[in-house]
Design a protein around this ligand. Sequence first.
Ligand SMILES: Cc1cc2nc3c(=O)[nH]c(=O)nc-3n(C[C@H](O)[C@H](O)[C@H](O)COP(=O)(O)OP(=O)(O)OC[C@H]3O[C@@H](n4cnc5c(N)ncnc54)[C@H](O)[C@@H]3O)c2cc1C
Length: 481
Amino acid sequence: MLAGELRLGGAQVLVLERRAQPSQESRASTLHARTMEIFDERGLLPRFGAPPRRDQGHFGGIPLDLGTVPSHLAGQWTVPQTQVERVLAEWARELGADVRRAHEVEALGGTEGLGAAEGLGAAADGVTVRVTGPDGPRRIRADWVVGADGEDSTVRRLAGIDMSGTPATRELLRADVTGIDIPDRRFERRPHGLAIAGRLPSGATRLMVCQRGAAVARTTPPTFAEICAAWATVTGEDVSSGTPIWINVFTDASLLACRYRQGRVLLAGDAAHRQMPSGGQAINLGLQDAVNLGWKLAAEATGRAPDGLLDTYHLERQAAGREVLDNIAAQSALLLGADTDPLRVLVTGLIQQPAVRDLLAGTISGVGIRYAGGAHPLVGTRLGHVPLGTDLAAGGTSSTALLRKGWGVLIDLSADPARRARLDDLVRSRTARVRLVSCPPPPAGSPLDGVGALLLRPDGHVAWVSAGADDPTPALRRWFG
Ligand SMILES: Cc1cc2nc3c(=O)[nH]c(=O)nc-3n(C[C@H](O)[C@H](O)[C@H](O)COP(=O)(O)OP(=O)(O)OC[C@H]3O[C@@H](n4cnc5c(N)ncnc54)[C@H](O)[C@@H]3O)c2cc1C
């Protein structure tokens, strides 16, 4: 995702990936509304076919209606991570990213040399990367490096970026098993722990089990015998006659990188945050990091960025990460805690209240996020899909369609030719990747009712709003230079 975004922003991109082949592991399978909106904004949705969608999600195992969030792609979409990775890899390559598999990053340093994190400070004018590929080790000089290399991030370690938060206290064992026939269990809390079982389309059964009080200090992967023992303790069922086709474990560790940027090194995705994948938020959070970072880093790398733009990545996405990690921690407590039955009853009642439902569903779906920055209630929010009538130059359009190129958009809704001419002069006088679009005033009931003009960032968040004829120059300078 980040490689594609950087290419849209005009940067040269080299992706170094340790794996020789894409992973076939069964990992994330849920995309939420905001991620689907982003894919739509980049014209990627058709590449996903028609994935299954449902309204019902959950919060800590308590049913939560996600179908009511204000999005044209509301709900929970089932898309295997393997498909997400394939689609995004194709897209990034088409846009000109150089993706090299079987290349492992082993050392980082400033331009002076490798292995010294201090050489990566703000004063460095580049980063040296040692990578070993099929032809042996070599050094690469980059202006910027982004560690999007997962929760055990090598880049994070080499850059000396610490994580803070709470270590693991519980673990959830997972296995896909063939040859067993057991009842489905949806978030079943039992005296000895939590059990989840469901039949997959392939015919295998996915088991997840958290045995209360089990130790979490693990140095080796779990065995099938361990999973069978935990399953038997929690449910009383014997699944040992089955054949495991995949075994995994994750914990409730909740850790956030103390800095998302260290000089010319940045972190995105699981490299920046470690969390339990409750509510299927982990992959969504990472994809949204990438879309926040791409246009900013591309502007920086190509010399267009205003001062401070790149630092807004840390400010905005660390805050977003903290919010998600907090809600995941609350869900873990509700789902896995021993004494939480009264709390679950309370939350089950509260979730029926539209205001509570909307708040939680907005958070899980990612559409509720608002970056700090302005007094107008729309500033900092993502605009989402708003039909905009007829663009004077290009025919009928929408906020989604306007973001396809990954440029900023100044949207003039004044229907005033003189205002349009002034805004046109402003935009034309800049080298920034911003274009002007004029559309008729939005009808009553539109989210843009009463708005005279607005500035949309390439990531779909609102940077500036005017009800009248205010001058957008300060906002254009702040976000686009
Ligand atoms: C068992 C399991 C189940 C999950 N279920 C869900 C779920 O249901 N919902 C959800 O939202 N999330 C889920 N997740 C989490 C989700 O898979 C991650 O959040 C997501 O993969 C993070 O993407 P990423 O690109 O940040 O990191 P990763 O997907 O980990 O990608 C990092 C990449 O970097 C490469 N790499 C690492 N080190 C180096 C190096 N030194 N040099 C070169 N390349 C390197 C790796 O090979 C890897 O391809 C699950 C994860 C696991 C493990």
